[in-house]
Design a protein around this ligand. Structure first.
Ligand code: PLP
Length: 384
């Protein structure tokens, strides 16, 4: 069967070049990066070179990168860690948006349980939040603003630079989840002016189980884990050198190839969008028309005209050999409509009748007509 993977927002396959770079660090260079002997120092050298590669790619100091087990841990560490630290300075309010990933919403709810107040800002119909909204929500007690760099479901890119400027004027730190932006659009931490940024390797053809939190110098943050002094005490635990090496190699490759590859993915995305608009009059494209990631196409089918169940849509597309999702992978199976689409104002039934296509390296122009034909067949069958 012809199989097409269109779920690169959920995860990507490991690039063989990344795999090759990682291999020696599982076997030959196996030392504990905290050991003082030769074995340890070899591992430490690789770890620090990896940190340097990632730091350079996003414009931060090498000492501002802290390795984590992925994007989820980076988000938790940023939000709960900064929250607990800011309370010591008398601040107990945080601001985020209703369209954030659960890796941000979860720790925000955790802060609420600890007595913090959290404002969940609504987004507009494109999934966009404005700096003016953030400005209005800022209070003298606001210590943290966490707004995602780009949305993982609809691809909408937030005006983070303006948000950071507003928040800083009022003395709040700014965190952004850039898990989906890395390797797709330029990321320059200095230019954005954020204090913390979450990253993950497995969205950019790197290994699963590693990510990083950027923490600018001077930002107060309590560690969530307690143990040894690794990662300068902010993230104790024996360093995962092979995964760090893989993450750095993945950053090097994807950021290096980004300009051409993102343009190519955008072309595929636009080709599919045009096909869907032409073939299905009930299709509604979700996300900002221009300020969005190049590789994501999120489509809902108007419920009044095409009553569909997202999970069934996904399963039927899978029977055709096409891997897509109906929302974020983390919530699929729960049969809940996407909280992002609901925040954008879609009704529950339309939000459920949604497919997210996300393109990547394995896709080519040839895939698009097959996807459209398959979708036609699936919708014909489901609405019969
Ligand atoms: N943040 C966003 C925007 C994501 O899309 C994801 C993954 O889906 C995460 C965080 C979680 O990252 P990880 O899978 O590395 O824990």
């Amino acid at each position: 069967m012809n199989r097409i993977y269109l779920d690169h927002t959920a995860t990507t396959p490991l690039d063989p070049r990344v795999f090759e770079a990682m291999l020696p660090y599982f076997t030959e260079t196996f030392g504990n990066a905290s050991s003082v002997h030769w074995y340890g120092q070899q591992a430490k050298g690789a770890l620090e070179r990896s940190r340097e590669t990632i730091a350079q790619a996003i414009g931060v100091q090498v000492g501002e990168i802290f390795f984590t087990s992925g994007g989820t841990e980076a988000d938790n560490q940023a939000i709960v860690g900064v929250g607990r630290a800011m309370r010591k300075g008398g601040k107990n309010h945080a601001i985020t948006s209703q369209a954030e990933h659960h890796a941000v919403l979860g720790p925000c709810e955790e802060l609420e349980k600890e007595g913090f107040e959290v404002t969940y800002l609504p987004v507009d119909r494109f999934g966009m939040i404005t700096a003016a909204q953030v400005s209005e929500a800022l209070r003298p007690t606001t210590g943290l603003v966490s707004i995602m760099h780009a949305n993982n479901e609809v691809g909408t890119i937030s005006p983070i630079k303006e948000i950071a400027r507003m928040a800083h004027e009022r003395g709040a730190s700014v965190h952004t989840d850039a898990v989906q932006s890395l390797g797709k659009i330029p990321l320059d931490v200095e230019n954005l002016g954020v204090d913390l940024m979450s990253l993950s390797a497995h969205k950019i053809y790197g290994p699963k189980g590693i990510g990083a939190l950027v923490v600018k110098k001077g930002v107060g943050m309590e560690p969530l884990l307690h143990g040894g002094g690794q990662e300068r005490g902010k993230r104790p635990g024996t360093e995962n050198v092979p995964l760090a090496v893989g993450f750095a190699r993945a950053v090097e490759i994807t950021v290096g190839e980004m300009k051409d590859e993102s343009a190519r993915l955008e072309g595929l995305r636009d080709q599919l969008e045009e096909g869907i608009r032409t073939e299905f009059s009930a299709a509604l494209i979700n996300g900002h028309p221009t300020d969005r990631l190049p590789h994501i196409l999120n489509v809902s089918f108007e419920s009044s005209r095409m009553p569909l169940e997202g999970e069934m849509l996904v399963m039927n597309m899978d029977f055709q050999g096409i891997a897509v999702t109906s929302g974020s992978a983390c919530t699929s199976g729960s049969m809940q409509p996407s909280h992002v689409l609901i925040a954008m104002g879609r009704d529950e039934k339309t939000a459920k009748a949604t497919l997210r296509f996300s393109f990547g390296k394995s896709n080519s122009k040839r895939d698009v007509p097959y996807v459209i034909e398959s979708l036609k067949a699936v919708l014909r069958q489901m609405t019969r």
